[in-house]
Design a binder for this molecule. Structure first.
Ligand code: BTN
Length: 263
């Protein structure tokens, strides 16, 4: 069953995130469309939701599996007024908001894997792809794209991701109202976005660290042809993962795919 647009619109009226809603039965990618709308001047807090995506985008040029009617594919346009170097903090704040939302359905089960995967028992339930448009040394807008696996059964995932992905329905054993989930997701996003604007990055970083499954563990991070390994010790203010290498060097990793090697 599709999301009831009218009911959603009523619930989001006047809210920081969601006061403008664009709903699509099908679209290439909500992030791509949000970028187009952002360029045309769409205001902060504009959200896009699609029932399916024909070209859903993941991190590192991957495809995001986006079948119809079961999941959440949404992009949010934000126009923060802080300096561009702080842009990654938005994506970290989004990760915290998503993990908090999922934890309402599965208390204590959602964890964050750097940079921003949300996992339940080591399986991915949600991914976040943030994209920025800059204008002369300032952030013009940021699109925060969120893909959440909600009502897919184990068998409905393609074979190549069946063992590494999960959904809220699989984890809770019941069908989840996507409408309620979206409302709660946007509320949490607005809460952490306001927190970031008013109190800076520290409270978000602290929350992120408490929800992270990596800190204190030996990890390896692969980016293109390079791999960095060491103990994950902290999150940088630029969203980087800080690791302590075997040679006792502090290294900052700003992009890549992280794997936990040992606890
Ligand atoms: C990841 O690789 O973990 C990030 C996945 C992000 C997927 C979402 S779905 C909604 C939005 N539109 C896209 O094309 N991608 C993001």
């Amino acid at each position: 069953m599709n999301i009831n647009q009218e009911e959603l619109k009523q619930n989001l009226a006047g809210k920081l995130i969601g006061h403008r809603l664009h709903y699509y039965e099908s679209i290439d990618s909500t992030n791509e469309e949000a970028f187009r709308l952002g360029v045309q001047g769409a205001p902060e807090g504009t959200v896009l939701i699609a029932e399916r995506q024909s070209a859903g985008k993941g991190r590192m040029q991957r495809v995001w599996y986006s079948p119809a009617g079961a999941n959440i594919y949404t992009s949010i346009i934000l126009r923060p007024t802080f300096e561009t170097s702080r842009a990654p903090q938005i994506s970290i704040a989004a990760g915290v908001a998503v993990a908090e939302t999922i934890n309402r359905y599965c208390p204590g089960k959602a964890w964050l894997k750097w940079p921003n995967d949300v996992l339940i028992d080591g399986k991915k339930v949600c991914g976040i792809l943030a994209q920025m448009k800059m204008s002369v040394n300032a952030i013009d807008f940021i699109v925060v794209g969120i893909g959440m696996n909600v009502n897919l059964s184990h068998q409905e995932f393609p074979l190549d991701i069946q063992e590494i992905a999960t959904s809220l329905a699989v984890e809770t054993g019941r069908e989840i109202s996507r409408l309620e989930l979206i409302i709660s997701l946007y509320e949490n996003l607005a809460k952490w976005y306001r927190q970031l604007a008013q109190n800076g990055f520290d409270p978000i970083k602290e929350k992120w660290l408490s929800l992270s499954s990596m800190i204190g563990k030996t990890v390896s991070v692969m980016f293109r042809e390079e791999t960095a390994s060491g103990k994950a010790v902290d999150l940088g203010d630029d969203g980087s993962l800080i690791i302590l290498t075997a040679g006792n060097e502090i290294m900052k990793v700003s992009a890549g795919d992280a794997t936990i090697l040992k606890g």
